[in-house]
Design a protein around this ligand. Structure first.
Ligand code: ME8
Length: 514
């Protein structure tokens, strides 16, 4: 099966931060999971460069917009590398491959009468790159609850896109496809919004020149949202590219809740007007908030250097934190204390400790050789049943774009494995000559539990499989998703190593003194 997943394309008006990173890490976990399932995956991310705010920021930095974005785009690519993001493509909207598709689509929509020329008179919020009618403003400012900033009065000749014409078609599509907008709270929000009536959308600007020119009227540049959304097909080589034929429609567009409106309304209507199939799922997740409850964003000045964080805790730990902490349909709180707490409890204590403890026992009692197991007892049967249950639940959660839920399930298995160590007490078995076979069974089961943990966590923490496979004396072929609920895969006689702890405990008080 094919699986096409995208993140939003980010504005390179400032460097990415840990909040921005959430979406990309979540998309990466889903892409990696689908690769493990054997799907043909295409994972796209990129940057949205033709915005007015880019011009403003470049001016403030006394530089040319293109020079400015070229610099920031490198920071995005660096961060994605540091976080082990496995995207197959990275699109920049200043690239020719994108610009020519936007121009082609704009012309087609104009020629078929879905875009028409008129005059825009109203308000514009540059931080949100959004047009607002006067009656929507809140005390004369941007009505977006996360923004509330000054808006500017615009009165200019503009092209408009007939959103209103497609309102009923969109509403019936959404009602007929309950899975289209997820989670359900976002879907309800969108239905209410559309039912309140769609106005035609202003889709060109004349007061600045940075952007994609309307080919038949070059004093206009294409409105940044119309331009940006098209990236999802321009990157595939629409209309004739092989990738377009292979991967469209997208299986999931994942994004923050702030921009679901654009993806659930403008984007499907563009596609309907072009007679192109609609994406299967638009998934809007919550935000990472700082401890004071405000959204993490550059303009609020609460952004920490993501590279320093990754260096301090490691990419896997940061990825784990981001994916685990934000529950479906809600916001998550980010703070460094929370990162350390999760790292110490979930990764060092529960996960890492099971692996070190159990490998140490195989080394101590069997000189590092995975022994040949005897008959399963009740405890082993229980673990086996649990692994099947957990794998099924993880498949379900990931199918619903819920990495936090999937990790919660996996940690049920991790907790059970830790309990199994205490219940079987291998140190006591080792003292009894007649328990030799029982000890072999327990130690073998430990090794199998480690193998299963390595498979289940592979989509989330891609640095782990290689490390764990080395500890188990195997190569990465051991990581086979369909074997996460099969037992008896490891051969006895293979030599394991105790190795260094995968996640050393962090002492926060020492860290603060550094
Ligand atoms: O909106 N918590 O770009 P943008 C979680 N260019 N996610 C966050 C976040 C936070 N604190 N801060 C940012 C744009 N994000 C447009 C998109 S797509 C055709 C065009 C993530 O740079 C989240 O995914 O403002 C949010 O939707 C996105 O960054 C906004 O990125």
């Amino acid at each position: 099966m094919k699986y096409y997943i995208t993140t939003p394309i980010f504005y390179p008006n400032s460097s990415p931060h840990i909040g921005t990173a959430y979406t990309t890490v979540a998309a990466d976990a889903l892409a990696r999971y689908h690769r493990l399932l054997g799907d043909q995956v295409h994972f796209l991310t990129g940057t949205d460069e033709n915005a007015q705010k880019i011009v403003r920021t470049a001016e403030a930095n006394q530089t040319d917009p293109k020079i400015y974005v070229d610099g920031v785009v490198e920071r995005f690519k660096d961060l994605w590398r540091a976080l082990d993001i496995s995207n197959d493509d990275f699109i920049r909207t200043t690239e020719e491959r994108h610009q020519k598709v936007v121009q082609r689509i704009f012309t087609k929509l104009y020629e078929q009468g879905d875009i028409y020329k008129s005059e825009y008179s109203g308000w514009y919020c540059t931080p949100c790159e959004t047009f607002w009618m006067e009656n929507k403003l809140v005390e004369g400012k941007c009505p977006n609850p996360d923004c509330g900033r000054e808006v500017e009065l615009l009165k200019e000749e503009s092209y408009f896109f007939r959103l209103s014409k497609y309102q009923d078609a969109l509403l019936s599509f959404i009602k007929d496809h309950p899975e289209f907008i997820q989670p359900i709270s976002r879907r309800n929000e969108m239905i209410r919004f559309i039912e309140s009536g769609l106005e035609d959308l202003c889709v060109s600007r004349t007061t600045f020149q940075w952007g994609i020119k309307v080919p038949f009227d070059p004093k206009h540049v294409v409105y940044v949202w119309l331009d940006a959304l098209i990236n999802y097909i321009s990157a595939l080589g629409y209309p004739d590219g092989e990738n377009y034929k292979r991967y469209w429609p997208a299986d999931v567009h994942i994004m923050g809740k702030d921009i679901v409106r654009f993806h659930a309304i403008i984007w499907p209507i563009i596609l309907m007007a072009l007679d192109i199939p609609l994406p299967k799922v638009i998934y809007g997740h919550g935000w990472y908030l700082a401890k004071d409850g405000g959204k993490i964003s550059k303009s609020r000045g609460n952004v920490q250097d993501s590279f320093a964080l990754i260096q301090r805790y490691g990419s896997d730990a940061i990825r784990y934190f981001l994916l685990r902490e934000m529950q479906v349909g809600t916001d998550g709180t980010y703070s460094e204390d929370n990162v350390v707490e999760r790292l110490n409890s979930d990764l060092a204590n529960d996960f890492g400790n099971f692996i070190s403890r159990s490998l140490a026992m195989i080394v101590k009692y069997r000189e590092g050789m995975i022994p040949c197991p005897g008959q399963d007892g009740e405890l082993e049967l229980e673990l086996k049943a649990l692994s099947a249950e957990v794998k099924k639940a993880v498949d379900k959660r990931l199918g619903a774009c819920d990495p936090a839920g999937a990790l919660e399930e996996i940690w049920r298995f991790v907790a059970r494995c830790n309990k199994y160590v205490d219940e079987t007490a291998p140190w006591a078995l080792a003292k009894q000559e007649d328990q030799r076979e029982r000890l072999n069974t327990v130690l073998y089961t430990f090794a199998e539990c480690i193998r299963i943990m390595a498979i289940l966590t592979a989509p989330f923490m891609p640095g782990l499989p290689a490390k764990i496979c080395t500890l188990l004396g195997k190569d990465e072929k051991l990581i086979q998703w369909e074997e996460a609920d099969r037992w008896g895969i490891l051969e006895s006689g293979v030599k394991v190593q105790k190795g260094e702890p995968l996640f050393p405990r962090i002492d926060i008080s020492k860290l603060l003194m550094e």
